[in-house]
Write a protein of this length. Structure first.
Length: 141
């Protein structure tokens, strides 16, 4: 009983060459770690025994996959850099607008402690707001 894909004539006598059949059934040796994206030489020799141009196709596919992964990594790095740049710009806008708002509020007669708290909150962000809330809790308690 032969196993494998059917030939166009309906038979399952694939591969026809006995050496190729042995190479196809043995399979590549298992390896836990390969430092290179390319298979070891003995695996490539097995591929040649299966089909002569298989090695070229496998290496071409590995190169294409490596290039694809590099392009994805470059896109991810560029997107992260853009996101971080935008976050820095928005933090500057919030700090500047909070400072200007506190100056205007101080000019209009709002108590200076509130204006200072607004400046600290806008420049320091959530961390400064947490510290300020703890200080105000101690004073009120």
């Amino acid at each position: 009983m032969a196993s494998g894909p059917e030939e166009p004539d309906g038979s399952t006598d694939w591969p026809r060459n006995e050496a190729t059949r042995r190479a196809a059934n043995s399979g590549p040796p298992s390896s836990d770690f390969m430092p290179s994206p390319y298979p070891p030489a003995d695996v490539l020799a097995t591929y040649v025994a299966i089909e002569p141009d298989l090695v070229a196709r496998v290496l071409e596919r590995i190169d294409a996959e490596t290039d694809h992964r590099r392009r994805i990594e470059l896109k991810l790095v560029a997107r992260n850099e853009c996101r971080l740049d935008l976050a820095q710009i928005m933090a500057f806008v919030v700090a500047l607008s909070g400072t200007v708002g506190a100056l205007v509020a101080g000019y209009l007669g709002v108590p200076s402690a509130v204006c200072i708290a607004a400046i600290v909150f806008c420049i320091g962000g959530p961390n400064a707001a947490t510290v300020l809330a703890r200080v105000l809790d101690r004073r009120q308690g």
